[in-house]
Design a protein around this ligand. Sequence first.
Ligand SMILES: [Zn+2]
Length: 198
Amino acid sequence: MLSPLVAIIRTCPNSVLPADFEFDFSPAREAPAELQEVALLYWEYDGIDGYSDAVLWTRKTTEIDFKPWAGTIHYAAAAGGVATSSSFDCPSCGEPLTLSSRQTLADARRGKAPECRDCNGTINQRAAAVLDPSALAKRRRKTQADERAQAEAEAIRKQDAIRAQDEAALEQVRRPRSRRSTRARQMIRGSTTSSMRR
Ligand SMILES: [Zn+2]
């Protein structure tokens, strides 16, 4: 349970502090524009949480459409560009810390001394796999196939809607006629009876 004071601090807008780390993002020129965008969305932040001291990322990773590129968002983000925080140095090469993921920055801020992208190795391999021309070509083909399937589904949906409209219109025309014919029949029957009575 949160104490009332903590609840007040958390809801107070002043609890968003300016970031206390240097940050730079360079989009990867070889990456498609949409992938650079994924990286930008991943790395965008609002500041520091005044209560927990954690970086406040602008959006959750689940809000970013990274699935077409990679199974893991920070692989897609790493392929889209390089994020660096020169507030920290890589313990292996001494260069400003390039970030493998948001977690790398969190670790550095907690004094864990994580390695840069080059020294870590794995992240650059994964990024290269995302940017591999055959992987990109495969993705393009899949996107085109998805778009075609979507267009076909939309066309069928429209045809169905038109057919339903036509049927409804026909029904409208049919119904009064059948009512009229019943009434006419009753009238005829009525007149026959009355004429018979006469
Ligand atoms: Zn390094």
